[in-house]
Design a protein around this ligand. Structure first.
Ligand SMILES: NC(=O)c1ccc[n+]([C@@H]2O[C@H](COP(=O)([O-])OP(=O)(O)OC[C@H]3O[C@@H](n4cnc5c(N)ncnc54)[C@H](O)[C@@H]3O)[C@@H](O)[C@H]2O)c1
Ligand SMILES: O=P(O)(O)OC[C@@H](O)[C@@H](O)[C@H](O)[C@H](O)CO
Length: 436
C-alpha cells in the first residue's frame, strides 16, 4: 500500500517495486495507492488502468518506461477501501510520501496533538459510531492499524519516504502518542499491538522529480503514442537507503539498487543537509534574484558560491560513514545543473517552515552547540523570512503564524526554539536580512 499518490511515489517506490520483480511471478508485489488530500491523481490513473510512463530526463535525452506495478489507485478519503486494504493479510508494507507537513509534527519533532486537524482526528477516532473518519495521515494510519488488529491480519512494516529526519522513528512515536491519547481498553491494546507487531523503517530517498507539465504529457504522447494523463518526469539518478525490519516480507528492492543498512543517520544527514538544504538555499535566494528553476539558480556564480559555503558549513558535521562527501558534492553540482529538468524553485519553497526545521535549523543548531558559526544557515533563514513577506510566501505552512509579524526572532523560534535562544545566530539572521 502507498499513502500520498504524488509524483515522487510514481518516480520512486512504485517504479522500484516494478523493477524489483523477479523471474518467478510469485515473488512479485504490486501497489495499491491512496491520494493524500485530493482524489484527482487516483481518478486520472484509474482511467488508464493505473499504468503510467516514467520519463528519465537528462541533457542526453529522454528514456521512457511503462510502469505497471500499480494495481489500484483510490481517493485517500475513501475510508472503506482504505480500511479493507489495511486489513488485508496480503498487505505487508505501507509506504508514504505525504510531504513534511503531512506528519503534523511540532517544532520539537513530536506529533502536535493540539493542532486543530489532529484534535479533530482524535475526536473522530474516539467516536463510538466512527464519526466522519480521520483526515490527517497519522489519524488515517491509526484507523487502518486498528482495523488490521481487529481482522487479525498480522504484522506490518510502515515505510515513510518523506524528507523528514528519522522518518520511521518519528512516525512510530506519533502513532503511539495518538493511540495512547485515545480512551478505552481497545486503544490500550492497539498501542501494545503497534509496539509488538508494527515496524517502522527509516529511509533516505533521492530522485529529483519536478511536477508534471502539459508539455511533458505532449512529449510522452509524441514519443510513445500513449495519451498518458499521469506521466512523471524524473532524473536518471536514484537512491533508496533503508534501515529496519519487514515482518510481513517485502519486494526485493535491492534488485534495483536499494541499500539496506543498520543505521540510517549518516546517509540521511548527507542527503537531507547537502541536497535538500542546498535546494532550499537556491529556492529562496534564487527567487529573490529572479530565477525560476534550480538549473538557472545554480548557473548564477554568486549562488553557486553560496551553495559551496553551505556545503563547507555542514560537511564537518557528517561522519563519512555514507561515503565521500566531496564526490557527492560534485555529483550534486551536475544534478542541479541538469537544464533538461525544469525543477521550479517555487515548488521547493513551499512549506518552508516544515522543511527548514529539518534541513537547515538542525545542522545549524549542531554547529552552534559546538561553538561554530552558522553564517550560511543564517543567510538561508533570512532569505526564507524575506520570502514569507512576499504574496507567494505568505501561505500557511511556508510562513509561521501571522503573530510572528516582521520579527526575526519569532521566525527563528518557529523553526527552532533553541536556535532562537542563541543571540549570535538571531543577530546573524538580522544582518543577512539587512544586507540582501
Ligand atoms: N519530488 C521529489 O523530488 C522528492 C524527492 C524525495 C522525496 N520527496 C518526498 O515526497 C514528498 C512528496 O513529493 P511529490 O513530488 O510526490 O509531491 P506531490 O505534490 O506530487 O504529492 C504529494 C502527495 O502528498 C499528499 N499531501 C500533500 N499534503 C498533505 C498533507 N498535509 N497530508 C496528507 N497528504 C498530503 C498529496 O495529496 C499527494 O498525494 C515530498 O514532500 C518529499 O518529502 C520528494
Ligand atoms: O520534496 P520536498 O518538497 O521535500 O523538497 C524539495 C526538494 O528539495 C526535494 O524534492 C528534492 O528534489 C528531493 O529530495 C531529491 O531527492
Amino acid at each position: 500500500m502507498h499513502l500520498g499518490l504524488g509524483n515522487f511515489h510514481r518516480a520512486h517506490q512504485c517504479w522500484w517495486t516494478g523493477a524489483a520483480a523477479g523471474p518467478d511471478d510469485a515473488e512479485d508485489w504490486s501497489v495499491t495507492a491512496f491520494t493524500g488530500r485530493r482524489p484527482d491523481a487516483a481518478h486520472a490513473l484509474r482511467a488508464q488502468g493505473c499504468r503510467y510512463t516514467l520519463v528519465e530526463r537528462s541533457e542526453r535525452g529522454d528514456r521512457y518506461t511503462l510502469v505497471t506495478a500499480m494495481a489500484g489507485a483510490y481517493d485517500g478519503a475513501d475510508l472503506d477501501v482504505f480500511r479493507s486494504a489495511m486489513a488485508d493479510p496480503r498487505t505487508g508494507v505501507v509506504t508514504l510520501t505525504v510531504t513534511e507537513a503531512g506528519y503534523q509534527l511540532g517544532a520539537g519533532g513530536e506529533l502536535d496533538l493540539d493542532r486543530p486537524a489532529v484534535a479533530a482526528d482524535r475526536a473522530a477516532l474516539a467516536a463510538p459510531d466512527g464519526g466522519p473518519g480521520p483526515a490527517t495521515t497519522p489519524g488515517r494510519l491509526l484507523l487502518g492499524l486498528r482495523e488490521r488488529l481487529r481482522a487479525d491480519a498480522g504484522p506490518l512494516a510502515i515505510v515513510p519516504c518523506d524528507n523528514v529526519t528519522a522518518n520511521g522513528r518519528a512516525l512510530r512515536r506519533s502513532l503511539l502518542t495518538l493511540s495512547a491519547s485515545l480512551p478505552g481498553t481497545r486503544h490500550a491494546r492497539l498501542t501494545e499491538w503497534i509496539e509488538s507487531s508494527v515496524t517502522f523503517v527509516d529511509t533516505s530517498v533521492d530522485r529529483i522529480t519536478p511536477r508534471t507539465t502539459e508539455a511533458d504529457r505532449v512529449a510522452v504522447r509524441a514519443a510513445t503514442g500513449f495519451a498518458d494523463r499521469s506521466p512523471v518526469v524524473t532524473e536518471p539518478f536514484r537512491d533508496w537507503v533503508l534501515a529496519g525490519d519487514f515482518p510481513a516480507g517485502r519486494p526485493a528492492w535491492e534488485r534495483a539498487g536499494a541499500r539496506f543498512v543498520t543505521t540510517l543517520e549518516p546517509w540521511e544527514r548527507r542527503k537531507l543537509w547537502l541536497l535538500n538544504g542546498a535546494h532550499s538555499l537556491l529556492a529562496y535566494t534564487g527567487m529573490a534574484a529572479g530565477h525560476r528553476t534550480v538549473a538557472q539558480a545554480i548557473a548564477d556564480p554568486r549562488l553557486a558560491e553560496l551553495t559551496r559555503c553551505w556545503w563547507d558549513e555542514v560537511e564537518p558535521l557528517l561522519d563519512g560513514a555514507a561515503g565521500d562527501a566531496t564526490a557527492y558534492r560534485q555529483d550534486l553540482m551536475v544534478r542541479f545543473g541538469n537544464t533538461a529538468i525544469a525543477h521550479q524553485l517555487s515548488q521547493i519553497a513551499e512549506d518552508g517552515l516544515h522543511k527548514l526545521r529539518l534541513r537547515v535549523a538542525e545542522p545549524a543548531l549542531l554547529r552552534r552547540r559546538a561553538g561554530l558559526p552558522a553564517e550560511t544557515a543564517a543567510h538561508i533563514v533570512a532569505a526564507w523570512i524575506d520570502f514569507t513577506r512576499t504574496p507567494e510566501g505568505a501561505r500557511p505552512g511556508t510562513a509561521p503564524s501571522p503573530g510572528a509579524g516582521r520579527d526575526t526572532a519569532a521566525h527563528v523560534a518557529a523553526l527552532s526554539p533553541a536556535l532562537a535562544d542563541d543571540r549570535t545566530f538571531v543577530d546573524a539572521v538580522r544582518h543577512h536580512r539587512r544586507h540582501r
